[in-house]
Ligand binder design. Structure first.
Ligand code: F6P
Length: 329
């Protein structure tokens, strides 16, 4: 996010605009809180993960008079338009505000990579690279101890991180939210690997993966965030326990969680975020509001924000490829 803000500010100053950084996302427009941002403030932030203006999960449309407060705050802060950086939730709010007449440009940011209309969202490449590094490390133990290792990664209802990390690390099974898994089948694969002399197996599971039949995802209690999303987690442990119980193979699980969402972004993400930020400022100049910046091939282009909100899920081809390397005979 810092790299995007830097891209926006650099171009905005070139165009003669002033930029304010809204603190803590939509929260900073409920109780108006903003800081003036100049290029000098962001110059060194291209490689620093996160956002120096902070963030929060705040949904103005779930609050009494929330949208009206946003309009009032914009007036109070003297804002002409907004650049909203985020995933489905943040851009869902931006889209609704745009329908109410707010001038807003969207920038797709989510490690889940699940926004439509763009080939990639930034955050995804960094997350996959960190997941890959972590999985390569846990493989050392798995291979030396002849164990099954189950790695759980975030991604909510989309299995992009799991699919990419799984393929990149040679996983023998990859369980995705898009394809309910059959635990009996997974165990059969792992057992047959063991029986044919392959004593290490790697299973990568997306936090939103669910078993065939019941369709229930593993969640941490019943709590929902401000956008109605449950807090996912626990499927890795469930699967690891089930594998050990059914196959007798020694199994360990590792939950990567927020580890892969942090640290410094990859080169790809730094460049993508910078390009997105610069394009967003350009779209402000051109008055292209209600639109989102998107990567199409190697071009950064404006797309309708509403279209981008449809969730982009892992396609059948990639899901199948990710599960083509079981090595079971
Ligand atoms: O949507 C991004 C994401 O990182 C998901 O992959 C994950 O389920 C969720 O956010 C975690 O949210 P929080 O940081 O609020 O626990």
């Amino acid at each position: 996010m810092n790299a995007t803000i830097r891209g926006v500010v650099a171009k905005a100053e070139e165009y003669g605009f002033e930029v304010a950084g809204i603190q803590r996302g939509w929260k900073g427009l409920i109780e108006p809180e903003a800081v003036e941002v100049s290029y000098d403030d962001v110059e060194e932030l291209v490689g620093v993960g996160g956002t120096f203006i902070l963030t929060s999960r705040t949904n103005p449309f779930k609050m009494e008079g929330g949208p009206e407060k946003v309009l009032k705050s914009m007036k109070k802060l003297g804002l002409d338009c907004l650049v909203a950086i985020g995933g489905n939730d943040t851009l869902g709010v931006a889209h609704k505000l745009s329908k109410m007449g707010v001038k807003v440009v969207g920038v797709p940011k989510t490690m889940d990579n699940d926004l439509s209309s763009t080939d990639y969202t930034f955050g995804f490449d960094s997350a996959v690279n960190v997941a890959m590094e972590c999985i390569d490390r846990v493989k050392t133990t798995g291979m030396s101890h002849e164990r099954v290792i189950v790695v759980e990664v975030m991604g909510r209802d989309a299995g992009w991180v799991a699919a990419y990390a799984g393929i990149a690390c040679g996983a023998h099974a990859v369980l995705l939210p898009e394809k309910p898994y059959d635990i009996a089948q997974v165990c059969k694969t792992l057992k047959s690997r063991w029986d044919s002399g392959k004593r290490f197996s790697l299973v990568v599971v997306a936090e939103g993966a669910k078993p065939k039949g019941t369709g229930a995802r593993s969640t941490r209690g019943k709590a929902l965030d401000a956008f109605g999303n449950p807090i996912l987690g626990g499927v890795g442990q469930t699967i690891a326990q089930e594998i050990e119980k059914r196959t007798g193979l020694e199994t360990r699980e590792v939950v990567l969680g927020h580890v892969v969402r942090g640290g410094n972004p990859s080169a790809f993400d730094r460049v993508l975020a910078t390009r997105f930020g610069a394009k967003a400022a350009e779209m402000v100049k051109q008055g292209k509001f209600g639109m989102m910046v998107a990567l199409r091939g190697n071009e950064v282009v404006p797309v309708e924000m509403g279209d981008a909100l449809a969730q982009k899920l892992v396609d059948d081809g990639l899901a199948e490829l990710a599960n083509s390397f079981s090595g079971a005979r």
